[in-house]
Design a protein around this ligand. Sequence first.
Ligand code: PEP
Length: 254
Amino acid sequence: MLKKLFFNWKMNPTSPNEASSLFAEFVSLAQSQPQISLVVLPPYVYLSELNQQLQTSGVTNLKLGAQDLARYSAGAYTGQISGQMLKNMGCQYVLIGHSETREAYQLSHEQINQKLLQSLESGLVPILCVGHQSDKTITEINYPELSEQVTTALQNLPTEFKTEFYLAYEPVWAIGTGKTATNPIIEEVSQFLKQELAKLGLDKQVGILYGGSVDDVSIQELVKLQQVDGFLIGGASLKPEKFKTISQVVANQV
Ligand code: PEP
């Protein structure tokens, strides 16, 4: 199956016009490669306008997602954005527990779990990010930490949920550094994550993603990964020539 591509714009760009121009590049990419599935995760403030742009384009293989959501459904939570608001804005996906968000808000495992439950309740597809918070390099994989991140985030899930669901393995040292984990390491960790998911009965339902300096160069090797269902892409999401090459490489994979 073709790998799915998720594009995290982080806190970029700075104006609605730039956001619209950048999104137009994704629309044309989606039109030229209808076999590829693309999800763009812009800042909240651009969602409404980009959703209009998406609806007007008529493309069906490009979707919108958000970079975070509140851990509450509604109420007096100044500055927070609920899952239902995102859903009503045209979002179908939401990132949960990105390492930059975990760090900025000092999120606990319990809070990540609350966000995950909110995403499911609102009908948003979660992309749960996990990675070694403590490691600075790939010398040693912190399996207990990965296990804790997965198990605590996925507790108390509704017994019946049929939505898509993704677990993104993002070693913290690889994000925005130009360094990627090697394919054998990613395969090993993906296998481990699938075993953890199997203990929860979720291994068939949850797709595994890799994120960490995926770009037009590193994709040439990363595309060969067997255990991985897609990629979460940060910096290269802002550079049309880079994300178009990534998409082309993935499209040529079959
Ligand atoms: C990310 O934002 O999740 C990410 C992996 O960023 P980058 O591709 O820039 O490393």
